[in-house]
Design a protein around this ligand. Structure first.
Ligand SMILES: Nc1nc2c(ncn2[C@@H]2O[C@H](COP(=O)(O)OP(=O)(O)O)[C@@H](O)[C@H]2O)c(=O)[nH]1
Ligand SMILES: [Mg+2]
Length: 297
């Protein structure tokens, strides 16, 4: 069989996590319209009779100027050196830009087999696809390009077949029934963060970390989860809590519902909002919150 690791790389917000979820067939990575939604390298594993593809979804490349964003870029670049092949994801709906080509060439220069997913074609006029794909080739990229839509599941099978060809012959590297390398408590923290990303303006979610204080299942089978929502500015705390707790209540309810779906059990959720001034520039806190280079939640 063919098996191996594929690093999924590209600009922040390109659609990497949505594509990995679609290819793996389950949600292993949270998604939002904001850059820097993904902060860790996250594995999504597809196992079929004659292939096993282990996708490593990475934080995107996005210059935000904090130590956290520099750490995230480093995770993307380190991952790109440690895999069998690369899948460069680029958002096609707004047209291919010179900077997209430049970034793709930077990864191509690592010398690994690389394919390009030209994604979000569901929201672009079909007649614009060929001209944009041509731009990639004219830019000097010498690899297979797959126009796809993760959201509408277009052309995904072709992409999977193309990726399989880039992998070495070998045995499974991971047990067949595993689809993610992350723990339940990591996913629970990510679900909370996703609801905050979707529920608040961008200044706030970028400064938020979610820390699980306790995660246990009681004798009645109910998950008792206690977590902290950490923000990096005192005035963000009031916004996150809202009038008489209305804001935090609303996002917590949405998060709890998704947690219950994910854990397939009832969840009793307690949340606290705390302030850690400028944690995104403090190495020890970045590590504590699970976003260090070796952190995996
Ligand atoms: N229309 C459309 N939107 C998409 C598609 N893939 C991703 N998106 C949206 O693009 C945004 C960024 O997606 P995400 O997967 O978080 O990007 P990442 O930062 O590269 O991981 C989200 O709002 C997604 O819903 C797609 O195939 N079609
Ligand atoms: Mg992502």
């Amino acid at each position: 069989m063919k098996s191996g690791f594929i690093g999924v790389i590209g600009r922040a917000n390109a659609g990497k996590s949505t594509l990995v979820n679609a290819l793996v067939g389950e949600k292993v990575s949270i998604v939002s319209p904001r850059p820097q939604t993904t902060r860790n390298a996250i594995m999504g594993i597809l196992t079929e009779a004659d292939r096993q593809i282990v996708f490593i979804d990475t934080p995107g490349i996005y210059k935000a100027g904090t130590l956290l964003s520099a750490t995230m870029e480093k995770i993307a670049e380190t991952t790109a050196r440690d895999v069998d092949a690369l899948l460069f994801v680029t958002d096609g709906h707004d047209g291919i830009k010179d900077r997209d080509i430049e970034l793709a060439k930077r990864f191509a220069s690592l010398g690994l087999p690389m394919a390009i997913a030209f994604t979000k074609i569901d929201i672009m006029p079909k007649e614009n696809i060929p001209e944009n794909v041509k731009k990639l080739f004219e830019g000097g990229l010498d690899c297979d390009v797959f126009p796809v839509s993760a959201r509408k599941r277009m052309n995904l099978q072709n992409l999977l077949d193309g990726l399989t060809k880039m992998l070495p012959e070998g045995e499974k590297v991971i047990d067949a029934d595993i689809i993610s390398d992350k723990s339940d408590s990591f996913m629970v923290a990510e679900i909370m963060r996703e609801k905050i990303l979707l529920g608040f303006d961008k200044e706030i979610p970028h400064g938020v970390a979610v820390v699980i204080n306790s995660f246990k299942r009681n004798e009645r089978g109910v998950y008792e989860i206690n977590l902290d929502i950490i923000c990096d500015k005192a005035n963000h705390k009031a916004i996150l809590i809202g009038k008489q707790g209305s804001a935090i209540k609303q996002v917590s309810t949405l998060a709890r519902r998704d947690m219950e779906k994910f854990l397939q059990g009832k969840v009793y959720l307690t949340t606290y909002v705390k302030v850690r001034e400028d944690w995104r520039d403090k190495p020890a806190l970045i590590r504590d919150f699970g976003y260090g280079e070796d952190g995996n939640g």
